[in-house]
Every structure is written in structure tokens, then in C-alpha cells.
Design a protein around this ligand. Structure first.
Ligand SMILES: *Cc1c(COP(=O)(O)O)cnc(C)c1O
Length: 450
């Protein structure tokens, strides 16, 4: 692994209780002007961030196992990204690609077309957020096929806009009270090895979903199937081997656009550039965001030229889509992912971390499942019966970690999953310390001391 140098000390160090006085003062100002609907995982306010640490406004140095939800794969202040942003901002911050286009957009599209799986002519179009990319992938699929129905899966998360709420499986907090939702969205059973009947294979789980699609909708009515190759917010659910290839093959046979939503799994996170490469699945369209631009808001739809080019001129776009500063950041971030071999780093650090967690699972019955690939790893917590989700324990573990200066995120349909998704540039020792704190917290909260 290439060595990485950092600007901030990569250590966990608490200067005050959490949250400290400066964070508490900001929380008070926040409560006066920001609605409660915007919630934060940790009540500590960031002052600086680099590599695998976040420094808060009270001088506490926290180990970051969340990467701002899989965004800062190259770190939150990578020098090459920061320099590219500054240089581009000094030239021009915006002209609008739909008004006066610029090279940076084209260069990002070239990179994305080259990096994502698939051969044959392909295209890329840029937007601002993951939800916007998903919306546009569905628009393109509907336009290209002339069909309406869109299939999504149990436990799916695709965003918070109206269409993407409809595609998302979880009511609270994403959808509750926000309907009516977009029509012609159908939800099908996912492959969820830990919770499926024992022994159900990937192809069998795919057949279950395909039968439901054919009976409930009709294959020739379906514009697109959208799926996260490893589900994110839904619980880092990794479908059984063979599930994704079987779904993709059915789509191909039925003229259905197969959309891989790699917003969370992309850009090295899972130990490969894109998670669908694991099983050689080639999506018709792929949605990208989060890790794409070192923290700048940028997203993309990349895929088959015949589908993308079916849309009339002016049918795709947006005022800020492919903003030049965000594009400059993306080019630098992609360069760093390549230069530092961050997919390889994620694979290596992830394998080590997963082994530690699997040892823990063998000793602690409350750890029902350890899963994921690369630095996209999850622990699912259960009660004594081995299956009932234990969201309380999950919350307690996350709180205990934070108290010790380790930031971890929870997820899952049942709120019973802790997910690890650190910046891919995190130092080995920093990661090992963060994981050790997590392991101790789990043992303590589950009542199984070492
Ligand atoms: C986060 C996420 C989205 C939505 O991205 P935003 O940038 O928050 O709109 C969509 N799909 C997946 C898989 C995600 O993880």
C-alpha cells in the first residue's frame, strides 16, 4: 500500500467531554434557525478534517468511520483536490454547461466512461446529487423504452426527492407523511442472506423476484430495474452470489434497463472501482455520486449510448449539473484514487477489519451477522433468539463509540446495523484503533467482556 502523508495528527484525542462547550453553543444557535427535521448523527461540530480524523470546534480529534456517508473516500481535505478547487474557482465558478460549456465536464465524462464497466459506445451526464442522478436514470430508461414501470427492491434507498422516495423502501424517517409518492414503482423481494430462508441461493432469490415481476407487472411493461449492488441505508445488505447476474440477465432478455445505483458503493469503496464488477455485472446505466468528487456535490449517470442518446436535445440537464469547480475536484479525486490505489487499499484494510469482526461475531451472540466488502462493512445486532433485530443495542454501541472519540453510523431497515465506511485513505493504525474501540464497546454493551 502506498504510504499517505497527513496534515493533521491521525489520532483519537479528547480535550473535552462530548459535546464540548463550543459545540453546545453552536447547537443552541442551530436550534433557533434550523428545523428539527435536519438531524445529525453526532452533536459535535467540525472545525477541520483530514485523512481518517475530524477535529471538532472544542479541539477533540475523532476517528471518522463514516466519511460523511461514503463521500470523502480520498479524505475531506486531500491536497490535490483542494488545489484543483482553488485553481478552478480562481478561473470561473460557473457558466452553466447548458449555456457556455467547458472542458472540465467533458474530461469528467471521459474518465467515467473509461472507468465504469461495459464496452461499446457509452455516455455520461452530470448532475448534483445522488437522488438527481437516480431521477435522471429513470427518465432516460422510460424515454428509451417507452415503458413506465420501475422495479425497486426491499430495503432499497435511492434518495429523498419525490420519485426517489417512492423507490426507497423505508418509511421512517425518509417517507413518513411526505406522500403521495410517484406511481408505477413496484417493490420486489431482495436477496438478504442473513434473513432469507437458510440455503436460498442467489439465483433462487432472483427467480423469486422475477416471478413476482412477471406476475404483478409483466416483463414487457417494465422500463427499468434499479438496485444497489450492496444496499446502503437499508443495512449494507450484500445479495447472495448469482443474484445480481440473474437479475441483469433477465433484464437483458426482456428489454428492461438494468440500473446499478452505485452512489454509495462506487469509487473504490468495496475494494473495486465499482461493486458490480465483483460478479462481472455490466449495468445498462449506472448512477454515481458520493465518492465522486472528494466531497464536492456532483453526480452522474453513465451508460449505454443508445439509451442515453434516445433523449431529445434539452431533455437532460440542470443549472448546476457538472459545475466546473465540482468537475475539477472530481478529476483530482479520481486521480488520487488511482495514484493511491484506493480500491486495493480498501480491499486490504477491509479484509483485515472483517476478520477482526468475524472473530467478535464468534464470541458475541448479539452479533448476528458481519458482512460487506472492502471498507463497506456492517455488523447486524440481534436479540437472544438470533434473529430479532436489536436497535437499542445498536444505538448504545454507537453512543459508546462516540463517547470514546470514534464516529460510527447506524443503518438498516430495522435500525440494527452499524456500518463502517471510513475514508479510504485512513491510516492502518487509526483504523485499527477505531475498530478496537468498537469491539470493546460491543463487548461491554452486549455483556460479553473480553
Ligand atoms: C445516498 C444515496 C442516494 C442519494 O444521494 P443524495 O446525494 O443524498 O441525493 C441514492 N442512492 C444511494 C444508493 C445512496 O446511498
Amino acid at each position: 500500500m502506498p504510504t499517505i502523508s497527513y496534515r493533521l495528527p491521525q489520532v483519537r484525542q479528547l480535550a473535552t467531554e462530548l459535546p464540548g462547550p463550543a459545540s453546545r453553543a453552536l447547537a443552541e444557535r442551530r436550534a433557533a434557525v434550523i428545523p428539527a427535521g435536519v438531524a445529525s448523527t453526532a452533536p459535535v461540530y467540525a472545525a477541520d478534517a483530514d485523512g481518517g480524523v475530524i477535529l471538532d470546534v472544542d479541539g477533540n480529534s475523532l476517528i471518522d468511520l463514516g466519511a460523511g456517508i461514503a463521500v470523502t473516500n480520498v479524505g475531506a481535505s486531500d491536497p490535490a483536490v483542494a488545489e484543483a478547487i482553488a485553481k478552478q474557482a480562481a478561473r470561473f465558478t460557473h457558466t452553466c454547461f447548458m449555456v457556455t460549456p467547458y472542458e472540465e465536464y467533458i474530461a469528467v465524462a471521459e474518465q467515467l466512461v473509461a472507468l465504469t464497466p461495459g464496452d461499446g459506445p457509452r455516455r455520461a451526464v452530470l448532475f448534483n446529487s445522488g437522488a438527481e442522478a437516480v431521477e435522471n436514470a429513470v427518465k432516460i430508461a422510460r424515454h428509451a423504452t417507452g415503458r413506465n414501470a420501475v422495479v425497486a427492491f426491499d430495503h432499497a434507498y435511492h434518495g429523498r426527492t419525490n420519485l426517489t422516495m417512492a423507490l426507497t423502501a423505508k418509511s421512517m424517517p425518509y417517507k413518513h407523511g411526505f406522500g403521495p409518492f410517484a406511481s408505477e414503482v413496484y417493490r420486489m423481494p431482495m436477496s438478504y442472506p442473513f434473513r432469507d430462508q437458510a440455503g436460498l441461493t442467489g439465483p433462487e432469490a432472483a427467480a423469486r423476484a422475477i416471478t413476482a415481476i412477471e406476475k404483478q407487472i409483466g416483463g414487457d411493461q417494465v422500463a427499468a430495474v434499479i438496485i444497489e449492488p450492496i444496499q446502503g441505508e437499508g443495512g449494507f445488505i450484500e445479495p447472495a452470489p448469482g443474484f445480481l447476474p440473474a437479475i441483469a440477465a433477465w433484464c437483458r432478455e426482456n428489454g428492461v434497463v438494468f440500473i446499478a445505483d452505485e452512489v454509495q458503493t462506487g469509487f473504490g469503496r468495496t475494494g473495486r472501482w465499482f461493486a458490480c464488477e465483483e460478479e462481472g455485472v455490466v449495468p445498462d446505466l449506472i448512477t454515481l455520486a458520493k465518492g465522486i468528487a472528494g466531497g464536492m456535490p456532483l453526480s452522474a449517470v453513465v451508460g449505454r449510448a443508445d439509451l442515453m442518446d434516445s433523449v431529445h436535445a434539452g431533455g437532460l440537464g440542470g443549472t448546476y449539473g457538472g459545475n466546473p469547480v465540482a468537475c475539477a475536484a472530481a478529476l483530482a479525486a479520481i486521480g488520487r484514487i488511482r495514484e493511491l490505489d484506493l480500491p486495493g487499499r480498501a480491499a486490504e484494510l477491509g479484509a483485515r477489519t472483517k476478520a477482526t469482526l468475524q472473530e467478535l461475531a464468534a464470541a458475541v451472540p448479539a452479533v448476528g451477522d458481519v458482512r460487506g466488502r472492502g471498507l463497506m462493512l456492517a455488523i447486524e445486532f440481534v436479540r437472544e433468539d438470533g434473529t430479532t433485530p436489536d436497535a437499542d443495542l445498536t444505538k448504545a454501541v454507537a453512543a459508546a463509540c462516540l463517547k470514546q472519540g470514534v464516529l460510527v453510523l447506524t443503518c438498516g431497515t430495522y435500525g440494527n446495523v452499524i456500518r463502517l465506511l471510513p475514508p479510504l485513505v485512513i491510516g492502518e493504525d487509526t483504523l485499527a484503533d477505531g475498530v478496537a474501540v468498537l469491539v470493546d464497546a460491543i463487548r461491554a454493551e452486549a455483556g460479553v467482556p473480553a
